[in-house]
Design a protein around this ligand. Sequence first.
Ligand code: ADP
Length: 472
Amino acid sequence: MYLKKILRLRHTLSFRLTLWFTGIFAVSSIAAFLAFYVLAASVINRHTDQQLLNEISEYSSLFSLKGIETLKTALVLEAESEGVDKTFFRIVNWDGEELFSSNMSYWCNLDIDRTVLDQLRNGVSHVFETLTIPERPHKMRILYGVITGTDKILQMGESLEGNEHLIKVFRKIFGATMAVLIALGALVGWSMARRAMSGVEKVTQTAMDISKGAFKHRVSVKDSGDEINRLATTFNVMLDRIDILVSGMREMTDSIAHDLRSPITRIRGIAEMTLITGKSMDEYKDMATNTIEECDYLLEMVNTMLDISEAEAGAGKLKIEKSDMSGIVRDACGLFRPAAEEKGLNLISRISDNSFVQGDIQMLQRMMANLLDNALKYTPSGGTVTASVNTYKKWVVISINDTGIGISGDDLPHIFERFYRCDQSRAQAGIGLGLSLAMAIAKAHGGNITARSYTGKGSEFTITLPQMPLSN
Ligand code: ADP
């Protein structure tokens, strides 16, 4: 179980981020340590060399002041006080023959390097060498130098034990510090990666909750304004939008089911009644007529739904051409005038010319017909319906005004929803799709429809469509 969790952890972004962070931190720390180590080692060794040089110049002065015997005594004393396993002195001539030396037993009677003597003979003031004596654990630093004013060479050796010890301690301390630092770096990296990824995990968790059915879950958002926060906010906005769409679709399906049920129930009722009670041919004819009417209603509903979908699918489905809105509104008024007169309504048109739009003429005619039909339908006899067309800035503005029953403030925000019908208009025939279709057509043409209304006083529907430039 735990092993599985750990194995899964390997694939997480947090783990990979931590690995990168720790890796980069470790490599740069080790590089810094190495640079420091090399520098420290060279400083320590240079210090030893300087000490040897100082000593050789001191012994040269001693020789010139007090002579060779005093120098020999001083060298022996110095070697014994420092320890014969730590240092030695040897005086040789140009041929490399030993003239004098401190106790050399520990140094395995080290040979004289002839090449160094040649270098000194050629005028080099002093020569350093670092030697490893196989039987001894530590390296040694050797200095050859000519004793000023003589033909004698002083060879001095110093064990590097102290330096090696110092560097070893230094390496240990750095190694330990490094290990602690890298572990700490990994911890800090892990906690930083976890913090950065916690927002993503919240989004993932919310998505999982939603996939299990908790549709109302949202990611909790802090006001930090970072990328993860923006992702969470966008995710929430997307969920809200999907929620609205899903609720809209659910409502629509409910409405369709509800609206289909009534005519189907009616058709079934008529058929059943005729079967039970009907005897004459006339009764069967009545049944057929009623059935056709109900089927027409159903067909109109389905066709209008398809038209709305087509309009909502966008401009790609429209047959776009230069359309004269003045002409379309004038023709629509002409078509509806007989019906208006029959109902005792006054249909007025105030149409200014040259109102062209780019659009699908049939769709635009359909939109106008729906709005005029509503105005006539919901205005009682004796009322007035006015249709006007004007241009304003870059827009063609069409307005349908009536003195009809009006729409209440509660209903007004919903009248463009599919299947929405206000209570006071239920007496009139209708399927509640006319305004949805008109709005879908206006939107498909880059326009809009707004409505103003007062109950009992009348309504005004205003369509705005982008005007086609005259040069076209
Ligand atoms: P319907 O087929 O019911 O007319 P619509 O989508 O065309 O469907 O209109 C939706 C509802 O808006 C109507 O049922 C009606 O209640 C209201 N409505 C639309 N136009 C008018 C108007 N001119 N006057 C009053 N109410 C209207």
